[in-house]
Design a protein around this ligand. Structure first.
Ligand code: GLP
Length: 244
């Protein structure tokens, strides 16, 4: 779906999430959301916060799983995805802290493997992801599933692509400060979500969006795997759709 304005598009995506939360609440079920970081979903979070404050949308019934986190990374570090999510969403809504799940960038490296197994298990026990929000990186990554990621990959640690580190450099005040590793949900984790919405704004994303939607399905563009999902929408602005 192509929108003139990414703000309007974000409001519509937030509305879909709000409707799902309300529907699940009526059914007496938890709503399990997979959440993304980066600049693309910021307006969606802003709108969800607005709906909480002005319309009483409650997140008491919501469980969240974030896609990824840099490793190593302290939660209190302003570049952490933990910090980002609290700053843009969690600090402003009534979600229960125990229902927030974000890959932990603080654990010792010999505990990552078990952490990833437990993260997968937690998603499963929560009933799976009802909705997964995604952005897309210039390498074609979703979460931090860089080129080469397997269709059946689960949550794991991954070496970041050089292009991804270049794109993250301004936030870290230089590429030397950008972590080389991250913990990310896998392609398989994402694929099992019942509904997926990917956001891409601006001409910088046009080339990779074209490859993801119209190119062959390949591990070189991990977002192209989404072509095999039966309930996915790419929400684009005019810039991001330029090469379709
Ligand atoms: C990071 C995140 C991705 C995100 C991507 C794009 O690499 N790990 O989940 O999709 O950035 O970020 P932006 O939305 O700022 O373009």
């Amino acid at each position: 779906v192509i929108f003139k304005d990414s703000n309007k598009a974000s409001v519509i995506v937030a509305q879909e999430i709000a409707n799902l939360i309300k529907k699940k609440e009526k059914l007496g079920e938890k709503c399990v959301l997979g959440l993304a970081t980066g600049s693309s979903p910021i307006k969606v979070y802003e709108e969800l916060v607005r709906m909480h404050k002005e319309e009483g949308l409650s997140f008491k019934n919501v469980v969240t799983f974030n896609l990824d986190e840099y490793y190593p990374m302290q939660k209190t570090n302003t570049q952490s995805y933990w910090y980002f999510m609290h700053e843009h969403l969690f600090n402003h809504i009534d979600i229960l802290p125990e229902n927030i799940n974000i890959p932990n960038g603080e654990i010792p490296s010999n505990e990552i493997y078990q952490f990833c197994i437990d993260y997968e298990m937690k998603i499963k026990e929560a009933g799976g992801l009802d909705f997964q929000l995604l952005g897309i990186g210039r390498t074609g990554h979703i979460g931090f599933n860089e080129p080469g990621s397997h269709f059946n990959s689960g949550t794991r640690n991954i070496t970041l692509d050089h292009i991804t580190r270049i794109d993250a450099a301004p936030a870290f005040l230089g590429i030397d400060n950008v972590p080389k590793v991250a913990i990310t949900m896998g392609i398989s984790t994402i694929r099992r979500a019942k509904r997926i919405v990917l956001l891409a704004w601006g001409i910088n994303k046009a080339a990779v969006v074209q490859k993801a939607i119209e190119g062959e399905v390949t591990s070189e563009i991990p977002s192209s795997y989404l072509q095999h999902h039966d309930n996915v929408t790419f929400v684009l602005d005019e810039g991001a759709s330029e090469e379709l």
